[in-house]
Design a protein around this ligand. Sequence first.
Ligand code: PLP
Length: 445
Amino acid sequence: MNAAERLDKDYVWHPFTQMRDWLAEPQLVIVAGEGVRLIDADGNMYYDGVSSLWLNVHGHRKEAIDRAIIDQLGRIAHTTMLGLISQPAAELAAELAAIAPPGLAKVFYSDSGSTAVEIAVKMAYQYWQLKGVATKRRFVTLANAYHGDTIGSVSVGGIDLFHRIFAPLLFPTVQAPSPSCRHCRLAGDPKRCGMACLAAMEDILARDHGEIAAVVMEPLVQGAAGMLTHPPGYLKGVRELTKRYGVLLIVDEVATGFGRTGRMFACEHEGVSPDIMTVAKGITAGYLPLAATLTTTEVFEAFLGSHTEQKTFFHGHSYTGNPLACAAALANLRVFREEKVLAGLPAKIAAAREQLDALRLLAHVGDVRQCGLMIGIELVQDRAGGVPYPAEAAMGARVCRHARRYGLIIRPLGDVVILMPPLASTAAEIGEMTAIVRRAIDEVT
Ligand code: PLP
């Protein structure tokens, strides 16, 4: 056993991992990265097919980002934002406001997607208290939502597996149905159902808006639920409803932001400007932990007052606005501009779609869902009857493990195999990754 593997197994507790299985099986030690590939301790190369958990954008060891971090290290690694200004944090806030959907003008930093959502929830709650509308204390959330794993972000999530055990610690929310057509129990085909999911949201807002602070949602696709895509127009519809009923809209772009869906932010596909938007993951191109919660001047100004009025937003972390991470984020945005990354995406997304069409024909593929370069391939025991595999078959995990033999690192969400290539992957590389997924499914199912 490799020395790092021994140390890991002796000392490390891994996230979202059943450690009994982890300890029992041989594990891969990653020692380096190069472009869209990872390199293990024996020198084997693998495609980074989940972008190191949906983070990596321009590939590993991207010269421009490496250089920006080294340059920043030559100045200072960290300084507090309590009572001081950090130059990279100030510059980045201006750039984020410039590229965000119109109206989002203020940036509150944190260091993970979960904390960005936690902040969004507290901000929306305090906003209404400061506006003197004390009744607006509840949140509308979506079934199947994932917004992170701190207590507040779990509270606004909707995946039972992650919630059940912590239920007594969570604050209750009003849950609207998931707008995913795949598992819709409302009316089925969005072309004919007139979007019953949106009607259900309207029922809630019409009934409870006096008590609702905000609707919290992932735009276009519920990623961690298994890439459940939403019908076009749902996001825009929710924006219209929240405006009509005087409720804030919090859009969580932690997974979808920074080009993942083909646009810089998913909101752009439907011309939506939320009141609060959370970003993380791709913000530093997958280099360093950083997140941001963006909001409007309208929300920001509600927090202005004299010291004694106690309108301050009492939230912050030791590493808030870390200069190294902000320098990486600035370099990330520079690469987006200089290499015209967004302009190159439609061709890559179309190439992926073409490859995925072939997967749809496999006997044990029940559905293939794609939103830009976010891809979920749902495995089923019987396609005709839509019968899932029994949980103990762990088919998603088996397919992903098998794919490693052919040089692809991917991870399942239940029986949905997730493929999230870095945006820097070429169409040919995406084709190779898809071909490996196909081969693994063929051989395992
Ligand atoms: N929000 C969404 C939509 C996510 O997909 C995730 C993570 O997958 C999070 C929030 C939590 O982000 P983090 O893991 O950085 O806390």
